[in-house]
Design a protein around this ligand. Sequence first.
Ligand SMILES: [Zn+2]
Length: 113
Amino acid sequence: MQRIRHCVECPKCRTRYLIPCTPYRNGSYLVPTIKGSLEEYALYCSCNRGTVGSRWKWSEAKACEVSKEAYDRGYGTPDEIRLIETEPPEAWSVDVSRYLSDWRSLEKLRSLR
Ligand SMILES: [Zn+2]
């Protein structure tokens, strides 16, 4: 079974963290930078104690395929937590608008009849 989760990566030690699993067993944790908002997080990694955490927007978090071990732990190495290549959002919106204009012209054809 595939486990797909949104992850952030520590820019220093390259450990990847599953967002909902904070606080992590290695002493790292994620906190929202705006209280009550899920839009932006700061990652305080255990390799980087006492300094400012790296900041992540929810939209920047990467969808990853997570191994069972890393899933149970809540974090892991890039070998255990692999990025999934996804279509850029722009391509998706172009597809949707093309679909919509096809749909509109179909409607137009129908109304002509
Ligand atoms: Zn780190």
